[in-house]
Ligand binder design. Structure first.
Ligand SMILES: CC(C)(COP(=O)(O)OP(=O)(O)OC[C@H]1O[C@@H](n2cnc3c(N)ncnc32)[C@H](O)[C@@H]1OP(=O)(O)O)[C@@H](O)C(=O)NCCC(=O)NCCS
Length: 155
């Protein structure tokens, strides 16, 4: 995609992140919370946050990727000490390399923080999500409550 940039997210990105989530929901690809408070609490101010990166173009957030620590009793059932990843791109910006660029930033953060591996837990019916993570080098390693879990070895 022509001239988008990636940087670490800041608290004031909550509005832009929320808009990305609403766009994904409007496309029928999300049924969870999209509000600004959720964006702030779940991605930006979460104490388990390692890195949240945003891709933007002309001040508009095109998408973001979250990397958090897998802590005890994490909702994904991921091994404690791994990272857990989430990726959300506006449908209007999809398939233009935004997700690929975000993963470069996430991988740097994973290495800086000494993560052994990253878990991606994706709905088993989310074909594009599964294809994206496979393209980034993630491989299937378990299933969790109807979701497919893929892992990426950082080391
Ligand atoms: C899945 C998602 C993150 C992909 O992001 P993206 O910015 O479109 O991905 P990229 O353009 O960087 O694509 C990288 C590679 O992933 C694969 N890929 C991405 N979208 C794909 C799709 N719809 N179908 C098949 N392969 C796909 C391709 O191999 C692609 O490389 P290529 O375009 O050179 O063939 C994005 O579509 C999205 O946010 N979807 C809604 C939310 C979601 O499902 N998130 C994932 C679960 S948390």
């Amino acid at each position: 995609m022509d001239s988008f940039s990636v940087r670490e997210a800041v608290l004031t990105d909550a509005q832009g992140i929320s808009e990305v989530l609403w766009d994904i929901a409007a496309a029928g690809k999300r049924n969870k919370r999209c509000d600004v408070d959720f964006a702030r609490e779940h991605y930006l101010a979460d104490p388990d946050r390692i890195r949240c990166s945003v891709a933007f173009q002309e001040e508009q957030v095109l998408g973001f990727q979250s990397l958090k620590w897998a802590v005890e009793n994490n909702p994904y059932g991921a091994p404690v000490g791994w990272g857990v990843i989430g990726t959300h791109i506006r449908p209007s910006a999809a398939r233009r390399g935004v997700g690929r660029a975000l993963f470069r930033a996430t991988l740097l953060a994973a290495r800086e923080n000494g993560l052994p591996a990253i878990d991606a837990t994706i709905s088993a019916t989310n074909a594009e999500g599964l294809a994206y993570y496979s393209a980034m080098g993630f491989v299937d390693y378990r299933e969790h409550e109807g979701a497919q879990c893929k892992s990426f070895s950082v080391i």
